[in-house]
Design a protein around this ligand. Structure first.
Ligand code: NAP
Length: 265
């Protein structure tokens, strides 16, 4: 049976790029979204078409759930169990930016709590739920190809880059970056490999409002590879992991940032 992948926030942007990349390598999909059902349906349709164009038949389901809520996370797991009976790849992608880019001295507790809830607490406890289910799946008498499990978390260069006009976002991503070493260490013996993908500046709705600013920064040499990242750049990295191309690595951070992280002189 084809592997099954769950992508949180798979309706738009980077999550959509990941869904398309996984569809092209023949994964069945659960595409999670928060509120934009139209975008989620479109992505599901486009994923089926993208697979078909390569001669593959996949099934792409959509599931509304707020990952910040325990009920939302449980709904996602139950939905995936019901539709497919198993899960091979979890991609923790859903995330939000602050509603206002406030100076560090003005960040509100409400914004801080919301960002931590969606960007860090949600993925942590979803991973906990899914990890238990993957361990359970690994114990049952399944074929070796069914017993391949990956957990991939999309963080950000903001996990280590100080942006004083969105400190709450930076703290949430720094917290999220600890998820991968923790779960990698805990789950390796159960055959579950865990990775972090750390994107740089990627063209999505999230960055649409700051397009001119980043156009200028990129033109001025922000990244050694002088262009915006695209959702497909992240999708390809996820597909490489999902295809088992990093079988003796776990807990790795894969920078998909055009070289932003390099120290240069
Ligand atoms: P985006 O275009 O704003 O899309 C966000 C996605 O997350 C949408 O699918 C949205 O669903 C979903 N979502 C938001 N809150 C959710 C919740 N509480 N529960 C479930 N789903 C939720 O963002 P993006 O730029 O693709 O970012 C995706 C991830 O990459 C985020 O974690 C972001 O922090 C990270 N990232 C982005 C960049 C960048 O430059 N764009 C760089 C580094 C890291 P709806 O469609 O229903 O609203």
């Amino acid at each position: 049976m084809a592997p099954v992948a769950l992508i949180t926030g798979g309706s738009r942007g980077i999550g959509r790029g990941i869904a398309l990349a996984l569809a092209r390598i023949g994964h069945n999909l659960v595409i999670n979204f928060a509120g934009n059902e139209t975008a989620a349906r479109q992505t599901a349709t486009d994923c089926v078409t993208a697979a078909e164009e390569l001669g593959k038949t996949i099934c792409a389901e959509i599931c509304q759930a707020d990952i910040a809520l325990a009920t939302g996370r449980e709904k996602l797991v139950e939905f995936t169990r019901e539709k497919f009976g198993r899960l091979n790849v979890l991609v923790n992608n859903a995330g939000i930016a602050p509603e206002v880019r406030a100076d560090l001295l003005d960040v509100s507790e409400a914004s801080f709590d919301r960002l931590l809830a969606v960007n860090a607490r949600g993925p942590f406890f979803l991973t906990q739920l899914i990890a238990k289910w993957m361990i359970e799946q690994n114990r049952v008498d399944a074929s070796p190809s069914d017993r391949r499990f990956k957990i991939i978390t999309i963080t950000s260069i903001s996990a280590y880059t100080a942006s004083v006009n969105r400190g709450d976002y930076c703290v949430s991503k720094a917290a999220l970056a600890m998820l991968t070493p923790l779960f990698a260490a805990r789950l390796a013996a159960d055959g579950i490999l865990v990775y972090e993908i750390r994107p740089g500046v990627i063209a999505t709705d999230m960055t649409a409002g700051v397009k001119e600013k980043y156009d200028r920064l990129i033109a001025d040499g922000l990244t050694p590879i002088p262009r915006w990242g695209q959702p497909d750049d992240v999708g390809k990295a996820v597909a490489a992991i999902a295809q088992d191309l990093l079988p003796f690595s776990t807990g790795e951070v894969i920078n998909v940032d055009g070289g932003f992280h390099l120290r240069r002189l």
